[in-house]
Design a binder for this molecule. Structure first.
Ligand code: FES
Length: 180
């Protein structure tokens, strides 16, 4: 277990954590793991480092391995640093049939990175993910809390242009999707 002394939720987040923990019966605090990981990801730079996960384990009084196994299972948690704009392209069947591969390749060429990589300026990370539940409007991607659907290369170009012109990318971080 890593030393977690330097990592601590802000007072505001601690209040949210308390609210979340109250939803569960005594001794069942592990059930709050998913929302707490969202909060941790939002507060500590958009990804979950080992010390961050250890801190969450300490908050919930569970073993760090119990946090690692959950955080590494879901693609919504980032186990490595990500760019300010995290572009998540669905690569499951319906999206693939509707051209997701072409969209992914187009983004790779446009940004000069491969899937899983971050641009040198730290602005964009390209990730492929499993079905995001928007199959009827495939192909699609998610960036922050927003879905972008019925994608074409032209639409992607416009989106990247828009994201490139934004200085404050905080609203484009996936971690902001914490619903409480
Ligand atoms: S397959 Fe892409 S959203 Fe469902």
């Amino acid at each position: 277990m890593t030393d977690t002394k330097t990592i601590e939720f802000s007072a505001t987040t601690k209040a949210l954590v308390d609210r979340i923990l109250k939803r569960y019966p005594e001794g069942r605090q592990k059930s709050a793991l998913l929302p707490l990981l969202h909060l941790a990801q939002a507060e500590f730079g958009g990804w979950l480092s080992v010390p961050t996960m250890d801190y969450v384990a300490s908050v919930l009084n569970i073993k760090p391995i119990e946090v690692y196994e959950v955080a590494s299972f879901y693609t919504m948690y980032n186990l490595n640093p990500v760019g300010k704009c995290l572009i998540e392209v669905c690569r499951t069947g319906p999206c693939m049939l509707r051209g997701a591969n072409d969209i992914i390749e187009h983004i790779e060429n446009k940004l000069g990175i491969k899937e899983g990589e971050t641009t040198a300026d730290g602005k964009f990370t390209l990730k492929t993910v499993e079905c995001l539940g928007s199959c009827g409007t495939a192909p699609m991607l998610q960036c922050g809390a927003d879905y972008y659907e019925n994608l074409t290369n032209e639409k992607v170009d416009k989106l990247i242009e828009k994201w490139n012109s934004i200085n404050d990318h905080s609203t484009y971080m996936r971690s902001n999707r914490v619903e409480l």
